[in-house]
Design a protein around this ligand. Structure first.
Ligand SMILES: Cc1ncc(COP(=O)(O)O)c(C=O)c1O
Length: 929
């Protein structure tokens, strides 16, 4: 409902991001234009303007004076003048040209001089591009004084300043919160003591959100309370407190850690100005990239390898000059194999790479970060190798990326596979229920082998967008084993750090929350209360049903996260980070160094390292707005597909209700598009539900349009230049990211309309045969789906050290068995011998990983006993790409007669092998036997 001027307005819809803001302005322009044409009314314009003014108050542009000028034109009944100004303002808001263009701030386009005294130009007229940001000033001063205060701030600007900023003023706690949420350009907040609590605006949902943000004590109009709430929403912002009285007391308060600096009220404003600029400079700084730029400009003679460095052999060549022209000279000037002369060594960083890594740790809420230049495939292997020793048990999602499985082969760790909930209809898996993970731990405990369980290794979010309740998983697991290590593969989810909604569900977000909880005295009481309630020896059943609270005094918080920075941020392909928050890191630091030496190339790419540094800078300075935009774009796509009558006839995007079974949506959240959903409900779901759906990952069902995933992916790529993510039997995965624009949405929707139209016409004109063919195809894709096979178990020969209740095994021994050619056999999938062996034995034991794409998880791992389920699935699979399987040869199996007999039998002598093969496999065989 549009509100009339003077009425307080609802600002609950403020989560409409930058696109929503642009739409509101375009809507205003349309209303003004209709008024100018005589088909609309001035009252409509006034109402829309009043509504817009509420949220615009949280942005520096257009600012009070331009908004006043606009209102005055309306009041003067000047429809054409209003339209002209509104159009200019709208253009500036949408293109963000106001950041560099002083005339955007002037009400009279052709009369800059006249405007100058009305509208202080926001920007110094300088040719050099200076990055722009905004600063929120929270103040108790009356709103009438804000323009004068703003002028005071602007007078502080100096040509020397590296950045330029505009102040915006808010007078209450709630408005300060709104500004932090709404304004992606904010880089700092200055909090003057003496503001009020309530917003001038009506916003019940906002209030729920504020309360949710300050869970410990309930928000109040204190500067420190405000600082804490803002830090929860935007940890990257610099917060400054200007205190009236006891500065020393405030600075000494533990809550003051949220502040960058505390000032005494009467001190120089210039100091504050300089502190703000320095704070932004701190984030802007990219130590490695800066040095690489300097290096590239120096006249350096190279007498080391890498002839491409400096580009001379390229630009002088008749034959490869085009490569130089394509990439530009800078790339070659910045190529070097040196680790000195201003550069640093990725393998043993002590200089600017170390600094860059420390800054990334700050940005991502970790204690340490390793930059990795071979993708998260390598980060995962590094973490697994560094943290696990042969024989350690890892509870791991069987559907995790293959780097984990291979990592365990290398480490000799024993995977205890746990299964995600299946989504058979769509030939994909969800995520692993916490109950399953707890059951695995309790079973190990019952077998007396809990001490060997070292790690829980899960993928968050999954390829298809299932987000774990990371905090709950870690807390409940730590209640069973307080020193478990957690490895969260957040290959797809690195960006989530920069969304207040998603952050608590990230590994580091949850680890930081758990750490804060551990230091809260109420936590021990909560633990003791539960301990007393559970009694001395609670049954597994009770433990599985109870939301377990760990003992905060015993927990050793050991959390690792890997992310493919290149998948969700502005890093070059293969740029990845490994984040560490581990109180025991000092005990494994040397192992990590070994893991780096094992896996990192000794010739890491300088551009990749620089891009990791720069990606961090970007996320710290504009990640909030970019992620907001990616979410907004995803919601726009979801909305457009659901609402379009033709598209929705053949396609749909799976909502949270379809992706996450109701049992795991305890809050009752249905979906982002559900009419009853609002952001408070989404926040509750993020907080409480066992699994949530990452809105940016959209499963578009195309089986209902008669396409299998691979086929549809091909059509989009080859005919329409749309590249997308993974496919399943009957769906494709679309993903929005920080790079997407509304034009991308428009293109996608147009293409879906075109394809839907074609289907519609084909069905309308093709007669009954075509229709029947289509229906049969849809039925085959949507209902004749193969059951997804669960992991069965390792062969007894690989379970020597296993217990009775769990299925872990020695995957490394299974893997190396395949090196013994004579000890392996091949049977083709269609061979009746497979069926005979399944029925009468001996066991079919896989000698390799078999990973079909899609779905992309190993349906067989080395040493696994193959069951009917797996064979049925393989036989029904209609995908071409199956890693580890050659259809012409058949399944590669370990000959069971080559395997060790049960433990009571004496080990068999190793069979004859040749040279290197014997050397490679002999040791492993003996381990198995
Ligand atoms: C869950 C998961 N982890 C790790 C990786 C590997 O990441 P990268 O491509 O950066 O090596 C992928 C790749 O798709 C993945 O999906």
């Amino acid at each position: 409902m549009p509100s009339t001027p003077g009425q307080s307005a609802r600002i609950d819809q403020f989560f409409a991001g930058p696109g929503g803001r642009g739409d509101a302005w375009k809507n205003l322009v349309e209303l003004v234009e209709s008024w100018a044409r005589g088909s609309g009314s001035r009252a409509e314009v006034e109402a829309a303007l009043a509504e817009l003014a509420v949220t615009e108050g949280f942005h520096a542009y257009p600012g009070v004076q331009l908004m006043t000028a606009l209102r005055e034109r309306v009041a003067e009944d000047d429809a054409r003048g209003t339209a002209s100004l509104a159009r200019r303002m709208t253009r500036a808001v949408i293109t963000r040209s106001f950041r560099q263009n002083p005339t955007d701030w002037e009400a009279h386009e052709d009369d800059e001089a006249a405007a100058a005294d009305v509208l202080p130009p926001a920007l110094g007229r300088t040719d050099a591009h200076r990055p722009y940001f905004e600063v929120a000033i929270v103040t108790g001063a009356p709103a009438a004084r804000w323009p004068a205060l703003g002028a005071e701030w602007r007078r502080l600007r100096r040509p020397l300043d590296a950045f330029i900023y505009e102040p915006i003023f808010v007078g209450s706690f709630e408005d300060a919160f709104c500004a932090s949420v709404l304004n992606p350009d904010l880089a700092a907040v200055v909090i003057h003591e003496g503001f009020t609590f309530r917003s001038r605006h009506d916003a019940p949902i906002l209030r729920t959100l504020v309360e949710a943000m300050d869970e410990n004590e309930g928000a109040k109009a204190s500067a420190l309370s405000l600082a804490q709430v803002i830090k929860r929403v935007r940890p990257e912002l610099d917060l400054y407190l200007v205190a009236n009285g006891e500065v020393e007391d405030i600075a000494g308060d533990p809550k003051a850690t949220a502040l960058r600096r505390v000032f005494y009220a009467v001190e120089e404003l210039l100091e504050l100005h300089l502190a703000i600029l320095e704070g932004v400079q701190d984030r802007y700084d990219t130590p490695f990239f800066n040095n690489l730029k300097k290096y590239a400009q120096r006249p350096i003679g190279t007498f080391h390898a890498l002839p491409i460095a400096r580009g001379k052999s390229i630009f002088k060549s008749d034959w490869i000059r085009d490569m130089g022209e394509f990439y530009g000279p800078t790339l070659f000037l910045a190529e070097s194999s040196a680790t000195t002369g201003g550069l640093d060594s990725l393998l043993e960083p002590t200089g600017n790479i170390k600094k860059a890594q420390d800054m990334a740790a700050r940005a991502f809420g970790a204690d340490h970060v390793f930059f990795v230049t071979n993708g998260t495939s390598t980060s995962n292997k590094m973490a697994v190798q560094a943290l696990l020793a042969p024989g350690d048990i890892v509870i791991v999602d069987r559907n995790c990326h293959k780097s984990h499985h291979y990592g365990m082969v290398l480490a000799g760790a024993h995977p205890l596979y746990v299964e995600a909930f299946p989504m058979t209809e769509y030939s994909m898996y969800g995520a692993v229920p916490l109950r399953t993970i707890k059951q695995a731990l309790l079973s190990l405990k019952a077998d007396g082998r809990l001490d060997r369980a070292k790690m829980v290794d899960l993928t968050n979010c999954t390829f298809d967008g299932h987000i774990y309740n990371t905090r709950r998983v870690m807390e409940e697991c730590l209640a069973i084993k307080p020193d478990l290590i957690f490895l969260w593969d957040e290959a797809w989810f690195g960006f989530a750090r920069f969304s207040p909604f998603l952050r608590p569900r990230t590994a580091m977000g949850a680890a930081n929350d758990i750490e804060a909880w551990m230091h809260d005295p109420a936590s021990v009481a909560a633990f003791e209360k539960q301990e007393a309630e559970l009694g001395k020896d609670p049954s597994d059943d009770v433990l599985l049903k109870t939301r377990l609270i760990p003992d905060p005094r015993k927990i050793k918080l050991r959390v690792y996260q890997t992310n493919s920075t290149h998948k969700s941020m502005s890093a070059l392909r293969q740029g990845s980070m490994l984040l560490v928050k581990d109180v025991e890191f000092h005990t494994v630091e040397a192992q990590f160094r070994e893991a780096v030496f094992t896996h990192a190339s000794t010739s890491p790419n300088q551009q990749l390292i620089a891009s990791l540094d720069v990606a961090r800078r970007q996320m710290e300075l504009e990640g909030y707005g970019l992620v907001h935009n990616a979410i907004e774009i995803a919601l726009a796509i979801r909305q457009a597909v659901a609402a379009h009558p033709l598209i929705s006839k053949y396609f749909h995007i799976l909502g949270a209700d379809k992706m996450v079974p109701a049992a795991y949506r305890e809050s009752g959240f249905v979906d982002y598009l559900d009419p009853k959903s609002n952001w408070a409900a989404a926040l509750r779901s993020m907080k409480e539900d066992e699994f949530c759906l990452d809105p940016t990952r959209m499963t578009l069902v195309c089986g209902t349009a008669g396409f299998d995933g691979t086929q549809f992916k091909g059509i989009l790529a080859n005919t329409y230049n749309i590249q997308l993510n993974k496919t399943s039997r009957n769906s494709v995965l679309l993903q929005s990211n920080i790079n997407n624009t509304r034009s991308d949405v428009a293109h996608l929707i147009r293409v879906l309309v075109e394809i839907s139209n074609e289907i519609d016409q084909r069905l309308a004109q093709g007669g009954p045969n075509v229709r029947q063919g289509f229906e049969a195809r849809v039925k085959s894709l949507m209902t004749d789906v193969p059951d997804l096979p669960n992991f069965s178990h390792f062969h007894a020969a690989y379970r020597r050290e296993a217990g009775k209740r769990t299925n872990e095994g020695d995957i490394r021994a299974g893997f190396y068995a395949a090196y013994d050619a004579a000890g392996c056999e091949y049977i083709r999938l269609a061979d009746p011998e497979i069926d005979r062996r399944l029925k009468d034995g001996p066991d079919l034991v896989s000698a390799s990983f078999v990973i079909p794409y899609p779905p992309g998880f190993p349906i067989m791992v080395p040493g696994q006993v193959i069951t009917q389920e797996t064979i049925d699935f393989m036989r029904k699979l209609d995908v071409k790409e199956i890693h580890g399987y050659n259809a012409a040869q058949g399944l590669k199996l370990v000959r069971t007669d080559a395997l060790a007999e049960p433990a009571t039998s004496p080990p068999k002598p190793p069979r004859e092998r040749h040279g290197r093969e014997r050397a490679a496999a002999g040791h492993e065989r003996r381990r198995v036997a």
